[in-house]
Design a protein around this ligand. Sequence first.
Ligand code: ADE
Length: 227
Amino acid sequence: MRIDIISVLPELLQGPFQHSILKRAQQKGLLEVQVHDLRAYGIGKHKQVDDYQFGGGAGMVMMIEPLLNCINDLRQEHRYDEIIYMTPDGERLNQPIANRLSMQENLLIICGHYKGIDERLREHVITREISIGDYVLSGGELAAAVLVDAVGRLLPGVLNDETSALFDSFQDKLLAPPVYTRPADFEGWEVPDILLSGNTAAIEEWRYDMALKRTRERRPDLLEDEE
Ligand code: ADE
């Protein structure tokens, strides 16, 4: 999969993909992430990318031209399955959305800033709008990093059997069960006996029960969605 990201703050996206699982995914050639500096497409001497909003009011709006020129340049090279705009008023990101996006070949992600992007781009160019939660970030970069991480780790071959995404929270609409490692007894804090029993079937059943209990207690809405 290839993911292009357009941003006015490309430095913000230098770190997140250079470690651990996403770094390995790129080294293995399973994922390519390219960040493009919108400023290079800015207008005039000052490389302007935003302007006052029509109708008045505080806050600048990202202009059509620089964004569209950048998008069109990229479109010459790649056929995008989705052109995604990160915005707090988008569809809220969840595991099924990440699963579906991970099956695509080419994604283009636009990071907003200020008051957002000119609405006409949303009408005519953007194919999908995604929010990472009901709070407002100062720009779309961190949201884009979250999306790339959530999608990138799902690509076939990125995770090994032990870290398989199949057992993540949310994949079966259940939160993950509790996990423990050595020592089995830390100053009287003991690991549940069942996990030391060696009885695989009983352990699986316990894990399922705990996942269900945790989901009922913390996220009953996930179970309601089932009905
Ligand atoms: N940009 C600003 N806030 C955001 C959010 N919550 N999700 C996605 N993009 C954003």
